[in-house]
Design a protein around this ligand. Structure first.
Ligand SMILES: Cc1cc2nc3c(=O)[nH]c(=O)nc-3n(C[C@H](O)[C@H](O)[C@H](O)COP(=O)(O)O)c2cc1C
Length: 187
């Protein structure tokens, strides 16, 4: 037996990410918005999307600067992630309030978040005005990672970062590894 619901967003789990952004103006303060409506959309060129409501303080910053950084979150960042999703940069300096540090990006002027295991530098290519949310389609121009997850063989052990997923209004740390790409057909 299955219940039928009216149409709504039930594609879970999704990543919740901290998106950092900054106006091009030199004196501007960087801001962070939490985004769960984010996704990978193309491998080559590497592209991703974030969907943001126009009323968010970050919306105009991203639209005008044409840049943002997607910062993956882990267990130590989950409280800060929630805070950045409940408070606006109009009222509070989120970097300062949360004792987070800006990390200089390599290809864009918006900073990443030093405490994040992976920061993905993005340039906006297109904006789709879908409805409640406008989707920023962006090209990934660089990725920086926290070196503490690199091993002596120069392998990046992302599984050690304690990444967090968002599902139906709640945050979860990733759990047990169940297999790897292609394991079902491997001889
Ligand atoms: C877990 C979570 C996910 C969120 N996802 C989105 C999202 O995908 N798009 C969006 O516009 N707002 C999203 N929000 C709400 C914004 O993060 C929130 O309104 C924030 O305060 C906006 O910050 P700003 O005004 O400084 O830009 C989310 C909030 C939380 C807690």
């Amino acid at each position: 037996m299955r219940d039928t619901w009216k149409a709504g967003n039930m594609l879970y789990p999704v990543p919740a990410v901290m998106v950092s952004c900054k106006k091009k103006d030199e004196n501007a303060k960087a801001n962070i918005i939490t985004v769960a409506w984010a996704g990978t959309i193309c491998s080559d060129p590497a592209m991703l999307s974030i969907s943001v409501r126009p009323e968010r303080y970050s919306y105009d910053i991203i639209k005008e600067s044409g840049e943002f950084v997607v910062n993956l979150i882990n267990k130590p960042l989950v409280r800060a992630t929630d805070f950045c999703g409940c408070r606006s940069g109009r009222d509070v300096d989120k970097f300062k309030e949360l004792f987070l540090h800006e990390s200089e990006s390599t290809k864009i002027s918006a900073p990443g978040i030093m405490e994040s295991p992976v920061s993905i530098e993005c340039k906006v290519k297109d904006i789709l005005e879908l409805g409640s949310h406008h989707m920023f389609i962006a090209e990934v121009v660089a990725v920086t990672v926290d070196k503490q997850y690199m091993d002596e063989k120069n392998r990046f052990n992302l599984e050690k970062a304690g990444l967090v997923a968002y599902s139906h209004g709640e945050y979860f740390e990733l759990g047990e590894k169940l297999g790897k790409f292609g394991f079902s057909v491997k001889k």
